[in-house]
Design a protein around this ligand. Structure first.
Ligand code: PEP
Ligand code: MN
Length: 363
């Protein structure tokens, strides 16, 4: 159920509606929009008792939401959600593309700093790297755990990039939420509902990767889990799905991007590294992702991919990432998007980066 407030409804009236909803034993999620505020009602087992709500001052109408997802839906919020990081030019869902880059796993301080130096110089606003790695084999490198998080925090201090790293369970989520700017929930955990609920209670944006066989609806329902706990800062990520095709590790489903944008206000980025599993396909698919309207990219880059402890085959050499960024810079303006400039992070303290004015945003 959606309670749509009148355009001129006061904050007090919105608050009174929320209080009424809570007193009925439901949860209220107010979402101010450009035209009006809508309050989504969740937690109801059956139909919400509409009568009392309809009569409250400032209420325009009640809309029953027939879709299983509510908070992620454009019915709830018409305009695109933008997740920004105060004091920086980094954001998800605005006119600027979000560029996340770094190694699959944090292996050592030297490796992380070498990768960070290059991706930062190339323009990435976010540094990625796993400290907790969900590996297919228990004998593979599992990550440096808290030491890895400390290295990432040192990268943030030195380069000014925001930190994106994965939580694999409740314990790691607690620590990740302390160190990271964005909590990643991986494909293997997309339907780990108790972990999603915990992420929904964390006070950090959540980067939610699509499960490797998840439908669009299952993906949106996973985001709904996070939002239903009160964390509305969710970024979706297409990272490829399992198909019969064996020329790539996964099949990158770029059609998901416009499909999501039609139904949801949430930002969606693309991971061409896990999406293809092959280094030589990462740059072409990055171009395609930007062209199709993705809000950003997450790309694996390693200073020495041949020595990587995980996902070396799909990790770019730093020079290749420079080239990827150069190509993305050419595609982005065609679809009305901007890309952070070269070396912007290190210059941020001296001057604001020069960013071209956005044209129309495709959605
Ligand atoms: C990753 O980004 O390092 C990762 C493990 O990705 P995914 O969950 O998409 O496999
Ligand atoms: Mn990886």
């Amino acid at each position: 159920m959606l309670v749509v407030m009148q355009a001129h409804a006061t904050e007090e009236q919105v608050r009174a509606v929320c209080q009424k909803i809570e007193s009925l034993g439901y949860r209220a999620h107010p979402m101010p929009g450009a035209q009006r505020t809508a309050v989504c009602v969740t937690g109801n087992k059956g139909e919400v008792e509409a009568g009392t709500l309809e009569e409250l001052p400032g209420v325009q109408e009640l809309i029953r939401v027939s879709k299983p997802y509510k908070l992620v839906s454009r019915d709830f919020k018409e305009e695109n959600s933008v997740i920004s990081f105060p004091g920086t030019d980094a954001s998800f869902g605005g006119s600027g593309l979000a560029i996340i880059a770094g190694p699959c796993a944090i292996e050592s301080r030297d490796q992380a700093f070498a990768a960070a130096e290059r991706v930062c110089r190339a323009g990435a606003q976010f540094f990625r790297g796993g400290a907790y790695k969900p590996r297919t084999s228990p004998y593979s490198f599992q990550g440096l755990e808290e030491e890895g998080l400390q290295i990432m925090a040192a990268v943030r201090d030195k380069f000014g990039m925001k930190i994106v790293t994965e939580a694999i369970d409740k314990e790691s989520l607690k620590l990740v939420a302390q160190y990271a700017d964005v909590i990643q929930i991986g494909a293997r955990n997309m339907q780990n509902f108790s972990l999603l609920k915990c992420a929904g209670r964390a006070r950090r944006p959540v980067l939610l990767k699509r499960g490797m066989s998840a439908t669009l609806e299952e993906f949106l329902m996973a985001a709904e889990y996070v939002m239903s706990e009160g964390n509305y800062n969710v970024i979706l990520c297409e990272r490829g799905v399992r198909t019969f095709a064996d020329h790539t590790r996964n099949t990158l489903d770029l059609s998901l991007v416009p499909a999501v944008q039609r139904l949801s206000h949430l930002p969606i980025i693309v991971d061409p590294s896990h999406g293809t599993g092959k280094r030589n396909k990462v740059t072409p698919l990055s171009r395609a992702a930007v062209a199709v309207g993705a809000d950003g990219l997450i790309v694996e880059v390693h200073p020495e991919p041949d020595k990587a402890l995980s996902d070396g085959m799909q990790s770019l050499y730093p020079d290749q990432f420079d080239e990827l960024m150069a190509q993305v810079r050419q595609i982005a303006p065609v679809v009305g998007r901007t890309v952070p400039g070269i070396g912007v992070r290190t210059r941020l303290s001296q001057a604001a980066p020069a960013i071209a004015s956005p044209a129309t945003r495709i959605s």
